[in-house]
Design a protein around this ligand. Structure first.
Ligand SMILES: Cc1ncc(C[n+]2csc(CCOP(=O)(O)OP(=O)(O)O)c2C)c(N)n1
Ligand SMILES: [Mg+2]
Length: 573
């Protein structure tokens, strides 16, 4: 705290960039040590102040859309907020896709946007738009910092707003926050005032507890239900939850369903939901439908499970989520339980004495049947997107983290039984094809681990500016499955019936991903057959070279769509 005379003296030294010293210290106090900068003038004060802090590691990515996804990929892996900073105007709007993805994927991004002084908005000044709360509904908190710090209350307010925003980035669940910073010129050469933040409101960690009576009631319901299903959505690996679910997966009345992006592994978990559901005969559906459904995590990829559960009569659905109270995905929600899933399972497990029966066993039998049909089909399958997936999986070293592009890639990945140990991420918050490569690049930088992005061709070309990044690390591998357009639209039934499939849905093309990669100086390879792919993969996955690499796999569009249709038909036979 300042004494009054010291304070008056200090105020006379302050200028509209002095607060940045507070911002710098407040960020580093929370362990926010990574900043992705896109060049501009208005943000020069932020860049020069934050990058002069020895604690801050700074990266430059010119394209703001790519920069924000790159930061998102870093934050996703670090499980720690990453800051992005850009100049004023349309630069800010280019952050929007990644901000929305971070919001729904629950990734902490601290978005720092430089702005003109408020008085100059809409006054014909260049590179000026209305930036206050520009991310609207897709941001956990938006603050515009006061430009002038002329008295103690201004400093208190300035520091408090930063604390509020940084806390909102992690609580009650993580997400993006926006700090808008207005500056007048000069934007360079302002002096350091050496002031400390007046205020830093820290959040305390907490564990949530269910009331004893509620616990007893829920446990009774679970124990007495013959058929309980646990369905996990997207989430980062959670070892304590994983362990609890392993114990639960031994109950006869409970089946645990996961997706690759749930990052949960257990011998008795069913990880291939779509193929298992497809192997059910019509008259077997009803006995597989649960009485109680327990869900947690965010996005679920499988459309089939959504359909299956929505059609389940008299279903009780409990959704466990500290933030989202009314996520009635299956239209049977009856309990919203606002706590982390691991707290919930930990408190309930000691009370569980499940009913007898063979609900889990029945699901396992169906999954085994599906698995056997899957392998028989793939053994004789033609060169196609599906076959490519099998070949990659058979040659992928267990050391890799996977980033899955949107469209059919994420869906193909759900059809295979991956061994434990792989980490899976995908931009399923908004399922956009606009930042998959940039996200994977950020993830690879953050972990330093071998990281494989598998993406479609349209998604790759869409985000090709991801390669315009001098930080691309040697541990990054990109596989582009080039089926000449948006293969998903060829697989779905609707687009073809319009007679406009090639032009307006598939956006059919003859572009080369390798040529794009070569323009950025990235090592490349191409495979057009299974034999070639098998020959290339060992060198492609090797980490001996000191640069990233892209492998373009050319597949036939028509045969790929037909193979996938035949696959599902075969599963049902
Ligand atoms: C930003 C954005 N625009 C449009 C879409 C709609 N979309 C979903 S999948 C897809 C085609 C993707 O094609 P490709 O990456 O080649 O994958 P494939 O379908 O061939 O597996 C499109 C355009 C989207 N998801 N995100
Ligand atoms: Mg494609």
């Amino acid at each position: 705290m300042f004494k009054l005379d010291e304070f008056s003296e200090l105020c006379s030294m302050l200028h509209d960039k002095s607060g940045l010293e507070h911002l710098s210290q407040l960020l580093s106090g929370r362990g926010i040590n990574h900043l992705v900068v896109s060049p501009g003038s208005r943000n020069a004060p932020v860049v020069t102040t934050l990058c002069s802090s020895p604690a801050m590691k700074c990266y430059t990515v010119v394209d703001e859309r790519s920069a924000a996804f790159f930061a998102l990929g870093m934050a996703q892996q670090l499980q720690q907020a990453v800051a992005v900073c850009c100049t004023s105007g349309s630069a800010v709007l280019n952050y929007a896709p990644a901000v929305a993805e971070a919001y729904y994927q629950r990734i902490p991004l601290v978005v720092l946007t430089a702005d003109r002084p408020a008085a100059w908005i809409d006054q014909g000044d260049g590179q000026t738009i209305r930036q206050h709360n520009v991310f609207g509904h897709f941001i956990k908190k938006s603050v515009s910092l006061p430009q002038h710090l002329v008295n103690k209350d201004d400093i208190w307010y300035y520091d408090r707003l930063i604390s509020e925003a940084l806390n909102a980035a992690v609580y009650p669940v993580a997400g993006p926050v926006h700090i808008n910073l207005p500056f007048a010129e000069p934007l360079y050469g302002f002096g350091i005032t050496g002031t400390q933040p007046e205020k830093d409101i820290q959040l305390t960690g907490l564990q949530t507890f269910l009331p004893i009576k509620t616990l007893g009631q829920l446990a009774d319901e679970w124990n007495n239900a013959p058929k309980v299903m646990i369905l996990a959505g997207q989430m980062p690996a959670d070892p304590s939850l994983n362990e609890l679910l392993q114990s639960i997966s031994h109950f006869n009345n409970t089946v645990v369903l996961t997706e690759t992006t749930s990052n949960l592994h257990g011998e008795k978990f069913i990880g291939c939901i779509d193929r298992t559901l497809s192997a059910m005969k019509k008259d077997e559906v009803q006995i597989h439908q649960p009485n109680i459904l327990i869900t947690f995590g965010t996005a679920v990829v499988s459309k089939r499970i959504k359909d299956f559960l929505r059609k389940t009569p008299a279903l009780q659905h409990w959704h466990i989520d500290p933030a989202e109270l009314h996520m009635d995905t299956y239209q049977h929600l009856c309990h919203s339980i606002p706590m982390p899933a691991s707290d919930f399972m930990q408190q309930l497990l000691p009370l569980l004495k499940p009913a007898a029966g063979n609900y889990a066993g029945m699901w396992h039998d169906t999954a085994a049947k599906a698995s056997s049909r899957h392998h028989t089909f793939l053994h004789q399958a033609d060169w196609s997107d599906l076959k490519v997936f099998e070949t990659i999986l058979n040659h992928l070293p267990g050391t890799f983290d996977l980033q899955l592009g949107n469209s059919t890639v994420i869906r193909y990945a759900q059809l295979f039984g991956w061994p434990a140990g792989f980490r899976f991420d995908s931009n399923r918050g908004t399922s956009g094809i606009d930042g998959c490569t940039s996200t994977a690049s950020g993830a690879a930088v953050a972990t330093g681990k071998p990281t494989l992005l598998i993406t479609g061709d349209l998604a790759f070309f869409y985000d090709s500016n991801a390669l315009w990044n001098k930080h691309l690390p040697a541990n990054l591998r990109i596989i582009v499955i080039n089926n000449g357009g948006g293969g998903i639209f060829r697989y779905l039934e609707g687009p073809e019936q319009t007679g406009l499939l090639e032009d307006f849905f598939e956006a059919s093309h003859k572009l080369s991903a390798v040529k794009v990669a070569e323009a950025y100086g990235i090592r490349t390879a191409v495979a057009v057959s299974e034999e070639q792919l098998i020959a290339i993969l060992p060198a492609f996955f090797s980490m001996n070279a000191n640069s990233p690499m892209l492998l373009e796999i050319i597949t036939p569009a028509i045969i790929s769509a037909q193979t996938l249709r035949n696959y599902f038909k075969e599963l049902g036979n």
